[in-house]
Design a protein around this ligand. Structure first.
Ligand code: FE
Ligand code: FE
Ligand code: MG
Length: 166
């Protein structure tokens, strides 16, 4: 364990590790929601939506990687059992039971908005106390803001297309 690295953290490290494990659980659930959504989605603009969902899935996996690296640096144990994802998650999981594009986009927009709120709180918490974690969270939240915007833009295009057809 990086003892000095851990000792410079000016907050309860176990509490921080728990929050990072909660975020890690969110990322895995977000990864699967995007990944499976890309497989089942149906409707207009399907190809553009699939590309974006697939890309976001890989980006959520990168977030999981960043979080797990930091948890281990801090001397923590990353969540080892997927069963615990549902116990720890902040943002939950929305199964794409209705595969229509708009519904899948709405579910993922909701997920991104929750992720942004979650990481925003973590930013506040780590700002003074742990600049290293703060920097990692900043990288992640920058992607989440982009994700929300990408999905909203797709939904706007979809709305415009459907409107023109009437
Ligand atoms: Fe993410
Ligand atoms: Fe995201
Ligand atoms: Mg994107």
């Amino acid at each position: 364990m990086a003892e000095i690295g851990r000792s410079i953290v000016k907050m309860n490290v176990d509490e921080l590790i728990n929050l990072l494990n909660k975020a890690l659980s969110d990322e895995w659930l977000a990864y699967y929601q995007y990944w499976i959504g890309a497989k089942v989605v149906k409707g207009p603009m399907k190809d553009a939506v699939i590309s974006e969902l697939d890309l976001h899935a890989t980006e959520e996996l990168t977030h999981a990687q960043l979080l797990v690296t930091r948890i281990i640096q801090l001397g923590g144990t990353p969540v080892l059992n997927p069963e615990n994802w549902f116990k720890l998650t902040n943002c939950g999981y929305d199964a794409p039971e209705d595969p229509y594009v708009e519904e899948v986009l709405n579910q993922n927009i909701k997920g991104e908005q929750c992720a942004i709120r979650t990481y925003s709180k973590l930013m506040d918490l780590t700002k003074e106390a742990d600049p290293v974690t703060h920097d990692i969270i900043l990288q992640i939240i920058t992607d989440e803001v982009e994700h929300e915007e990408d999905l909203v833009a797709l939904k706007e295009d979809l709305d415009l297309m459907l409107l023109r057809r009437k």
